[in-house]
Ligand binder design. Sequence first.
Ligand code: FES
Length: 370
Amino acid sequence: MTVWHRLGSTAELMERVPFALKLDRHAIALFHYQGRFRAIGNSCNHQGGPLAEGRLRGEFVMCPWHAWEYSVVTGRGPEGYDEEQVPVFDVEERDDGVYVATPPASPRKLLKHKPSHLLEAHPKPPGAPPRLLGISTTAMDEANPRFSTSDALLEHAVRHASTSRRAETQLISLRELKFRHCEGNYSKASHACTWPCAITERDPEDGLTPVYEGLVHWADVVLIATPIRWGNASSLYYKMIERLNCVQNQITIRNRVLIKNKVAAFIITGGQDNIQAVAGSMMTFWSELGYVFPPFPFIAHSRGWDAEDMRNNVRQVKASETLRGASHELADRALDFWTVLDHHRLELDKPMERAGRKANRLETAGEVTA
Ligand code: FES
């Protein structure tokens, strides 16, 4: 049965549009377009973004979370996406005010989108060797490469894991991947930061997929190598970890732990010191993702604050049997620790709660589908 609801006078509503309101069980976004009020469902078909907070460009409102668009007249997406539709509600401007009718005149139409392969697990056959992923985060000009101390130690560690420990190995150099910066969807609303990452879903050119795939689905052990840049890990490292917010955020919003029983360890090198601060910050981040650490989870090299003679730094790392040995031992400790975890997999595979944070369900628009 259709029910008409009075929202207020034209003048009152003109002061407020666009805005969201609830009528019965329906979350509605009210706009003013081409001289008339228009009412559509407030909740985006994608992840429930609040359409009343979107930008109106001509007839289309752009969802503030990941930029899907809908006509405020028909509720449909733009050309090519016009099978997708949010509910449209009848609106009447009468002498005593503006009225909106519920239920909607046309319902929501959700298209079935192909799910991202990043949502699928890729289980390992029983008895398969451990998988170790090395990630290099140092930047350089590929056409004119230089010797990197962190890369060199990472390569030793990965080679050792492959040849002496028979691990399956992969090495990713972030500098070879063209990937976009995190756009801070989490800062809009916790539910706006999605897994898979909204950038990965939307931009086929974005190159971070091997990192997501490697960390979430492939690797048992990950070794991350960074130079020290102004007392911190490299800028490429930070560019990557900002994009990993979507992995951590699944714990916050859904109690869904994507990284379980996986081990991380670190290689940190720099001309000047700050190793402990870099290691501390890396361990904090990777523990938030769900990684655990072997004993002595990092190796590092620095010659101290006043060592600005960088050529000696490079020479020393190149010549150091001790550091080479340390990189092998780091890989060994990480693989050994993973083996212990793997033996206890059944005991460890029970559901996990990340204490101290509540899954925040308050930020979704929460519309009941008409
Ligand atoms: S585009 Fe609307 S929630 Fe993603």
